[in-house]
Write a protein that binds this ligand. Structure first.
Ligand SMILES: [Zn+2]
Length: 253
């Protein structure tokens, strides 16, 4: 049977406009549909992934994603208030307050997050299905530049990086969850995400270059990939940059 065409009007606020065309931004958008459609489906049909939505309003009423949209309604869609609460805010549990999984081509950002001590899973060969599955099964926030990937039904927490520049992306992520106060530099392996262990110099002596052996005494080892870290010239170069990142990412109330 031919179902009657219906229409609803959507208005998106704030950063949700980043997903709309220039002509649609800040404007009410008329959305035509047939049959029974959820508000989540229609919001995503207009290009806005559900993990980016904070709240949905019909007049004074909040709608959930599975609410059915009625003909002739006017629906307002807001981004969440920032900074977002941490996915795991229990300090006592000893678990990571937030964990990430990153889409392909975000290797630099993954390295940066690890430098600041955050748990960031990244491999350049993970397929979309695997990324979604890891995010969902392990409660990891999915970071991506792909709108469509964020629209997968199982994704609970995800974020579409606005910038294509890794250092800018890092600031976006740190600010979104106000992570600067939680940073623990040089806690994780830049290469593989492993947690670094302090290691006695004697134990790794044979693996050190002569000058490193001479001038440095504090070493950390990645038990996963075997990489050795010390506070050498690389550290000296990185340190001012890392301080600057934390200052710029700090949110003042
Ligand atoms: Zn490692």
């Amino acid at each position: 049977m031919f179902e009657k065409q219906k229409a609803a009007t959507f208005l998106f606020y704030g950063e949700l406009n980043d997903f709309l065309s220039k002509l649609q931004r800040g404007q009410p958008i008329r959305c035509l549909f047939r049959g029974r459609q959820t508000v989540k489906h229609l919001i995503e049909s207009l290009g806005v992934p559900h993990p980016e939505v904070g709240c949905i309003r019909l007049g004074e009423r909040d709608l959930t994603f599975d609410a059915l949209v009625e003909d002739g309604t006017f629906i307002e869609v807001y981004p969440p208030a920032l900074p977002l609460p941490l996915p795991n805010d229990s300090v006592l549990s000893g678990e990571e307050p937030i964990r990430f999984v990153l889409d392909n081509h975000l290797g630099r950002l993954a390295g940066y997050l690890r430098l600041f001590g955050f748990d960031a899973v990244y491999r350049n060969d993970l397929q979309d299905d695997e990324l979604a599955q890891i995010s969902c099964a392990e409660g990891r926030v999915l970071l991506t530049r792909d709108h469509r990937l964020l629209m997968r039904a199982c994704i609970q927490q995800g974020y579409w990086l606005r910038s294509k520049i890794p250092r800018q992306q890092l600031l976006e992520v740190l600010r979104r969850w106000n992570l600067a106060p939680l940073a623990q530099p040089f806690r994780r392996c830049y290469h593989c995400n492993g947690l670094l262990l302090e290691v006695p110099k004697e134990q790794i002596l044979s693996q050190l270059q002569p000058l490193t052996r001479l001038y440095y005494n504090d070493f950390r080892l990645c038990p996963t990939c075997g990489q050795i870290y010390w506070k050498g010239s690389h550290y000296e170069r990185m340190h001012p940059w890392m301080d600057q990142v934390l200052r710029s990412a700090t949110i003042t109330p």
